[in-house]
Design a protein around this ligand. Structure first.
Ligand code: HEM
Length: 126
């Protein structure tokens, strides 16, 4: 499946379930929990959801509200070494399992998450 076809396959609803399953794990995560704004996790959830919807062929709400993603720049304040990268991917992999999306869409998303999480690393080695 091509990236632009994922939105058609899983819709708003699929992205909502995926991102909700991810953020449900964040507050109790010892490594990632403290990085996210405890008072605005719903806002964080919405930003990631809208970004993914835009990135995978859906409406452009993220761009309208946040402008160019500049994800490396926006992640610069957070120390992302190999441990944080692996943990993020681990939580998202669990979320993908929980959301039970069609296999081809889930595989496409998984490759993107792996690559993007590595791209966002900004610390060595942790
Ligand atoms: C590798 C480990 C990662 C860590 C530790 C991390 C951490 C964070 C944190 C703490 C925020 C701020 C929360 C907020 O929006 O209020 C954030 C924002 C965001 N992250 Fe990540 N992130 C990681 C990987 C990723 C990946 C792989 C993606 C994309 C698939 C992603 C997409 C986003 C987006 C779209 C935002 C909101 C940007 C904005 O508009 O302000 N992040 N991330």
């Amino acid at each position: 499946m091509e990236e632009y076809e994922v939105y058609q396959a899983i819709g708003e609803e699929g992205f909502e379930r995926l991102v909700a399953a991810f953020y449900r794990q964040v507050p109790q995560d010892d490594l990632l929990g403290p990085m996210y704004p405890a008072h605005d996790l719903a806002g964080s959830e919405q930003r990631l959801r809208d970004f993914l919807i835009y990135r995978f062929g859906g409406p452009q709400r993220y761009i309208e509200q946040r402008g160019h993603p500049r994800l490396r720049m926006r992640h610069a304040p957070f120390p992302i070494g190999v441990d944080a990268r692996d943990r993020w991917v681990q939580l998202m992999t669990r979320a993908l399992e929980e959301a039970t999306l069609p296999c081809d869409a889930a595989e496409c998303l998984k490759s993107f998450f792996d690559a993007m999480a590595t791209f966002l690393m900004n610390r060595q080695p942790s």
